[in-house]
Design a protein around this ligand. Structure first.
Ligand code: NAD
Length: 467
């Protein structure tokens, strides 16, 4: 495959360097793509800065038209983008197709929002109005687990609000973003969106760049802390969507056979590489053995393979580093608990790990306390539900969590006690572009999606007039 150039100032340009992108299912090169130098990053920021005055002066309807046109082009090229996403990311083609068309839907959702002037007071003495103004150049930094949809948390609200963007995908999954750059080149005025690819070396200079007014970042907590430090000098706006260690609490009144498939999907979708995957499962002692057995049966039955092969339910880990990290955690989990399904797939290329179930394990072990970000689920036995809630809340993370029960009043009361940005009842990891999303504690700062997510790409400006 060729192409995969940078988009800078409306032009597709070669990188000053190139890099190989590896298919995690085969460990073979999918494509060699452009890799930007710091000089090219600076050109991209300069282009975005130059494009800002004219773009921010367009009407919101004009910007909506452009955002809808991007959605159209994503849909029109959906099959190609989905195949590319599977090849660079590893996820099954059906999931990749869902992500690509979901991306278009997220773009369209934002065109349903407006930014009207709000009149806060109109009295004899004064008129006070709240306006929402664009910020300027936005740096959008995306990780490798959902390269398309996570980009769609950022680009459409940034553009709708009148900002311009420099988009930087993760080094191991740049191809879909570069291809998107090519597809939208003629939809937007030059410089409004720029797409660069790096080898993990341009996130820091993008964050520190004096002409970038906000960083919208999704990735690990460790890198998020670096972004916060890098943005501090110039008091840049930041939105940080970071790691999580979501707990699910299962009450004794559920039917294990019926609930297990839902729990399984919550934990293992995208091979567990989901920020809001269920990463720790607390199950009441009265149904513990049965639930462990049900989940192990599902894990044993799952079809693992190359995402392009029909029937594949779970793909590989996305990159070698993550593969090694999860392998190490599984090895440790074998010492602190009992592995009843799964493990590394030996003697074949690709970063494959079967869905792994760990039982007889508890808080204080690495597999429970750390974010595994892979296909491993520790199941923890509890007898007192308040204790389970306290343990769920004891994590420094606070992205999501869930309660599972046939008694929704009881589940609601427990959901109220759990501390995280989102708590689901009898489901987990449901995202919708109209529902605000953000993390508590070390899972992040700020909000994405919904009207709140749009406001984060604006500056509040008050006009206060004497009468
Ligand atoms: P990562 O932090 O390693 O990388 C994320 C992005 O940051 C990449 O594009 C990377 O190149 C860039 N980057 C690296 N160093 C940087 C720096 N110093 N300054 C700025 N940017 C820099 O994360 P990852 O391993 O790609 O992603 C996995 C993590 O992301 C997991 O912890 C997961 O939970 C989290 N995540 C969170 C959400 C959420 O919405 N909360 C969603 C998806 C993933």
């Amino acid at each position: 495959m060729s192409g995969f150039k940078l988009l800078i100032n409306g032009e597709l340009v070669d990188g000053d360097m190139t890099m190989d992108v590896v298919n995690p299912a085969t460990e073979k090169t999918v494509a060699t793509c452009a890799r930007a130098s710091e000089d090219q990053l600076n050109q991209a920021v300069a282009a975005a800065k130059a494009a800002f005055p004219a773009w921010s002066a367009t009407s919101i309807d004009e910007r909506k038209k452009a955002i809808n046109a991007i959605a159209d082009v994503i849909e029109a090229n959906g099959e190609e983008l989905a195949r590319l996403l599977t090849q660079e990311q590893g996820k099954p083609l059906a999931d990749a197709t869902g992500e690509v068309f979901g991306t278009a839907a997220f773009f369209r959702y934002f065109t349903s929002l407006d930014m009207p002037i709000k009149v806060l007071e109109d009295s004899d003495g004064r008129r006070v109005e709240a306006h929402r103004k664009p910020l300027g150049v936005i740096g959008a930094i995306v990780p490798w687990n959902f390269p398309m949809i996570l980009m769609a948390f950022k680009l459409p609200p940034a553009l709708l609000a009148g900002n311009t963007v420099v988009l930087k995908p993760a080094p191991t999954t740049p191809l879909t973003s570069l291809r998107l750059g090519e597809l939208i080149k003629d939809i937007l005025p030059a410089g409004v969106v720029n797409v660069i690819a790096d080898a993990n070396d341009l996130g820091a200079p993008l964050t520190a760049h004096p002409d970038v007014r906000k960083i919208s970042f999704t990735g690990s907590t460790a890198t998020g802390a670096k972004v916060m430090a890098g943005a501090a000098g110039l008091l840049k706006r930041i939105t940080l969507e970071l790691g999580g260690n979501d707990a699910g609490i299962v009450l004794e009144d559920v039917n294990p056979k019926e609930t297990a498939p839902l729990l399984f999907a919550s934990a293992f979708q995208n091979s567990g590489q989901v920020c809001i995957a269920m990463k720790r499962l607390y199950v009441h002692e009265s149904i513990y053995d049965e639930m462990c057995d049900e989940l192990a049966t599902l894990a044993d039955a799952a079809i693992i393979g190359d995402g392009l092969e029909q029937g594949t339910q779970l793909g590989p880990l996305q990159n070698k580093m993550q593969f090694e990290k999860v392998k190490e955690l599984i090895e440790d989990a074998g010492k602190t608990g009992k592995i009843i399904a799964g493990g590394v797939v030996p003697d074949q290329p690709g970063y494959f790990i079967r869905p792994t179930i760990v039982r007889d394990v508890t808080d204080g072990s690495r597999i429970v306390d750390e974010e595994q970000f892979g296909p491993v689920l520790p199941i923890i036995k509890y007898s007192d539900v308040d204790d389970a809630v306290a343990r769920a809340n004891s994590s420094p993370y606070g992205l999501g969590g869930s309660v599972w029960s046939s008694d929704t009043d009881r589940a609601y009361a427990l959901a109220d006690k759990m501390e995280a940005g989102t708590i689901w009842v009898n489901k987990h990891a449901e995202l919708d572009p109209s529902i605000p999303f953000g993390g508590a504690g070390m899972s992040g700062l700020g909000t994405e999606l919904g009207a709140d997510g749009l406001e984060e790409f604006t500056q509040l400006k008050i006009i206060n007039m004497a009468k």
